[in-house]
Design a protein around this ligand. Sequence first.
Ligand code: ADP
Ligand code: MG
Length: 698
Amino acid sequence: MSVREERMAAGSAATQGVDMLALDLLHIPGIGRETALRLQRLGLSTVRDLLLYLPRRYEDTRELTTLASLTYGSLNTASVQIRTVSTRESPRRRMVLTVAELEDASGTAEAVWFNQRYLERQLRPGETYIVSGKVERSKGGAVFRNPQFEHASDMQQHVGRITPVYPETEGITSKFLRTKIGQLKSWIPALPDVLPVRIRTECALLDLQEALRRVHFPESFAEIEEARRRLAFEELFCVGLVVEQARRRRLAESSIAIPYDVDYARERVARLPFHLTDGQRVVTHEIFQDLAKPHAMNRLLQGDVGSGKTVVAMLAASMTCHAGHQVAFMAPTELLARQHHATLNALLEGEDIPVRLLVGSMTEGAKREVADFAATAIPTIIVGTHALLEERIQPSRLGLVIIDEQHRFGVEQRQILRKKGVLPPNFLAMTATPIPRSLALTKYGDLDLSVLTERPAMRGKVVTEVIRGSTHDAAFLAAREQLALGHQVFVICPIIEESEDLDGVMSVTTEMERLSQGPFAQYRLGILHGRLSGREKDEVMEQFRAHTLDVLVTTSVVEVGVDVPNATVMIIESADRFGLAQLHQFRGRVGRGSATSYCYLIQESADELATQRLQAVAATESGFLLAEQDLRLRGHGEIGGLRQHGDSMFRIADLLDAALLQEAQHAASSWLDDDPELRAHAPLHEAMRAYQYVLDLD
Ligand code: ADP
Ligand code: MG
């Protein structure tokens, strides 16, 4: 350590003030301009960033072996003396080899590093080191390959302990990060603790300082776990606060109340062409009660594909119109908007509720007509696509906004539609993407959840099978049987045209050719993909719905919402190229009638993870379980590591840890009772800024 470094390390928060935390890492000894830029790539600009940087995982090299008892092929850690160090070039492989001869009381071994010439100056013969790395057998005996090493002392930082391994980038190793964090650790106490003492005490949580000490310099895995719990709690607590605050604000604001006319509801339900499932009954009742309240409803209706969400939306819409208000019903595609328009018209037959359609491909005149109609006070349901967002659409008595497949829309789009009312309208979002409660919180903020778990009873089941590319034909044979019975078939391909970059991936155009000449030669095939115009897509879809087409070869455009009960086979080419939720959505396109349906997942790669993921789809019919499985396979909730990856904003919190989530939400709620404006604890107030994005949703 240089004198400067030493002074730096010795400085304490008390003597130098907390500004040190905001200090640019560029000013830290040993960090030059280039290194600082690299650190920025990891999101590390200041001392604070570095101290709060969390390991991805840990390596346990506490257990030492002697050189006489090394295990070949695996990781070994030993305390050794270096006898000699030499460097030579390997002419054949154009590499610089640094070789050290090692010894301990039991025997000798060698260590080899590649292309790290500078090591020759670092490693001092005669001194004792802890080395740790994979050991292989060679002619001369045991060889450590590229081992980690560190001078033996009573303060091991890199080997001989539980070592944090951080997310790295080119030129920034964990060893470097450990050294820097070690050098700056006296500043940890200066970090303000976001969690108030009362909450820490009540929930038995470590303070931030101790948690970080354990994260960066752990003595045991139990210590790490306790630190992880505390850091995860903080995230969940903060999100809980934001969401609960928004909820309280919403409840205090008045909105349009839709009286619950029980007689009308009964009569309306009785006129449906089928009996509601118990789930639909419960959820509809929930929605009616919520609509009747003086503040705006803010509800997410989560129901697996095919659970029958549309009819629930229709009932909410008709109750709203019955009360004299208007409804805007937005779907992500023209295809779906048209389908909903048709469904609602059919279900509302004989009732005096005009249902209007508004989609981009309509003529200017037709759109203007809908806009004019919306501006009148006539109770109506306007079903549409993004076209509903246009400025000129200003419903004068908007009482309810419904968004289907809401995950397909951005925050702003949902927002624009909700702002169209004079008073904040009631809001009902629908999704088939089942997500754990915790994720729903961070994605949607303050939303009440209604869940449809069962599917209408007379529905056929869906048998799912994973098929390796080579045994492909089995799927088409089975499909032909179904076609012979008068059913219809979907075939999904990941791309539109053959491409050189994606060799071996089936495209709709090639598949279409192959199928129309081969297995499905005597049937009527249609093709659907994103390059067709809205009108063309609708035409093809309409033909398929009307059964003038038997087979629909399509890209993922068909994914959401499409309802053709006579279709009983879903074949998905290169299924491993799709996400699990998406595969589940595709599968949801069949099994909508009473007949048994079949879903074939054709696996392209032989990859182990691909197999696992597809098997997971085959093994469960529940989209909810699948979503959890997906999170697991993608590495959320990894044991031991602290950092999560994926699309979640949580750095640490395990999205599947429902108990901790509940505890944190409870704590947030109780804290707000005492401190509704979040002014009592400055660091908390400060931290909330980072979480405000959750509020963008309201
Ligand atoms: P999703 O929840 O995926 O949007 P839909 O609303 O499209 O599902 O409904 C799927 C199919 O189930 C539609 O054909 C619909 O008419 C039918 N359906 C909905 N509810 C029932 C019910 N209670 N009994 C029988 N069929 C129903
Ligand atoms: Mg739907």
